[in-house]
Write a protein that binds this ligand. Structure first.
Ligand code: LLP
Length: 425
């Protein structure tokens, strides 16, 4: 569900006509809906009510401060994977006791900052990381609360680039080494065992892989219990999929009702790290048609946003719905009004053949200066953007009701060269 709707052929975000924003902000820009974001978060909270839980929004999906602050004010915690994300969470007022630190390459400096901030826990990815964390905790005069990230070796049935719980994945403790990892943790003076963590992948559209993985975690927790190691938190990670085209992911209710009983059986509190499901459909990317180019075999719609702005199509061949901001109504037919369509590749301006937003896509006829909306772009959109080809990253705009505000200005040439030197001394 989202608040991007057509009214009289014009795309609105909540009560604002997107075209009106484009007049002031110019394209390309990301546009987020406050109401959609808040609804998604509240729905997630609602399905978890009745169980002890903590939602830690996965900042990597979209770490614009305005969105992070909205979620913090709603009560969300944060799943962070870098010093930058940790500082953003603290800046928007997420209480440290609601912050978990993920990632397989945490640096000593990042550990120090997190320890000094007294975050809830580190999800430790490997034995050498555990040893360094113990040292850093000693050095800062703290105890580090930890969960071990377990690789449950489950096929999440998603794109290989975003599957993270398979045996060959770089993430987490191999299943057979988890108990040994906890035994080691028990011997470390500055480590306090607090939980167990899994994250099997992203854009998962079935509930079974989550259930299968969590059952394996439950067995581990029981084994740990018999060794006198108490698990206070079970962290099930993120990964719940959304609808980009015709996927039918489990509802939040299905998801929660499948997982909560297992978490309760373990006798632990649940931690959830949703990213995409909160922000994905709360955002679009607005872009303008620069040219329509026809070759003998193909049509290309060249737009002013490319892989530097939205990397997912180029990187994962990901599908994003693309529609004009203004639906043109042309020829009357027996089934009502239909506009004529073309089949085209919608491509960006970057010097790479892989720079596309859609391939062989049927879209209404478009012409130069027409505006398009790329849907479901709120997650892993801006957060994966780059300056490739020395392009300026786009603006980000937030709509709330009938108002809109730029929450990240488009970069300028000065931003682009700020840290560069023209010559060596
Ligand atoms: N927790 C951990 C430990 C993660 O690694 C991730 C995502 C999440 C939570 C949040 O997952 P979500 O609920 O958003 O699926 N760039 C890719 C997705 C990469 C996901 C990385 N980890 C994409 O654009 O599809």
């Amino acid at each position: 569900m989202h608040d991007f709707n057509y009214i009289d052929g014009q795309l609105y975000c909540e009560k604002v006509k997107v075209k009106d924003i484009s007049r002031q902000v110019r394209t390309p820009f990301y546009l987020y809906s406050y109401q959609t974001l808040v609804n998604h978060y509240r729905n997630f909270e609602k399905v978890l009510s009745g169980s002890e839980h903590l939602i830690c929004y996965a900042y990597k999906a979209n770490s614009n401060l305005a969105l992070c602050k909205i979620l913090a004010e709603e009560g969300s915690g944060a799943d962070v994977v870098s010093g930058g994300e940790l500082r953003k969470a603290l800046q928007v007022g997420v209480p440290p006791w609601k912050i978990v630190f993920n990632g397989n390459g945490k640096t000593a400096e990042e550990m120090e900052l997190a320890l000094q901030s007294h975050i809830l826990m580190f999800n430790v990815d490997s034995k050498p990381e555990l040893l360094l964390l113990n040292q850093m905790a000693e050095r800062t005069g703290n105890k580090a609360r930890i969960a071990l990230r377990v690789n449950p070796d489950i096929d999440p049935q998603t794109h290989p680039h975003i599957a993270t719980g398979l045996k060959e994945s770089k993430f987490g403790f191999e299943f057979s080494q988890v108990i040994e990892g906890y035994k080691l943790a028990q011997t470390l003076r500055n480590i306090e065992i607090s939980g167990i963590h899994m994250h099997i992948g992203s854009q998962i559209t079935k509930v079974e892989p989550f259930v299968e993985a969590l059952r394996k975690i439950a067995n581990l927790a029981a084994e740990l219990g018999s060794l006198g190691i108490k698990i206070e938190y079970v962290n099930v990670g993120g990964g719940l999929g959304i609808t980009y085209s015709d996927e039918k992911p489990p509802t939040l209710t299905d998801y929660a009702q499948s997982l909560i009983p297992i978490i309760k059986e373990i006798g632990a509190k649940g931690i959830f790290e949703p990213g995409r499901v909160l922000v994905g459909n709360a955002g679009i990317l607005a872009t303008k048609v620069l040219y329509v180019k026809e070759t003998q075999n193909k049509k290309f719609v060249i737009v002013d946003a490319g892989m530097g702005d939205l990397f997912r199509p180029a990187f994962y061949a990901a599908y994003h719905e693309i529609k004009p901001l203004q639906q043109s109504i042309e020829k009357p037919s027996t089934t009502g009004y239909r506009s004529s369509t073309i089949v085209a590749d919608i491509v960006g301006p970057i010097c790479e053949s892989g720079d596309f937003l859609a391939k062989d896509r049927e879209i209404p006829q478009v012409k130069r200066e027409d505006l398009l909306a790329v849907f479901s772009a709120g997650a892993y959109g801006f957060s994966m953007s780059s300056n490739y080809n020395s392009r300026l990253r786009p603006a980000e705009v937030l709509v709330k009701g009938d108002r809109f505000q730029v929450v990240r200005e488009r970069e300028t040439y000065e931003d682009l060269v700020r840290r560069e030197k023209e010559q060596i001394n």
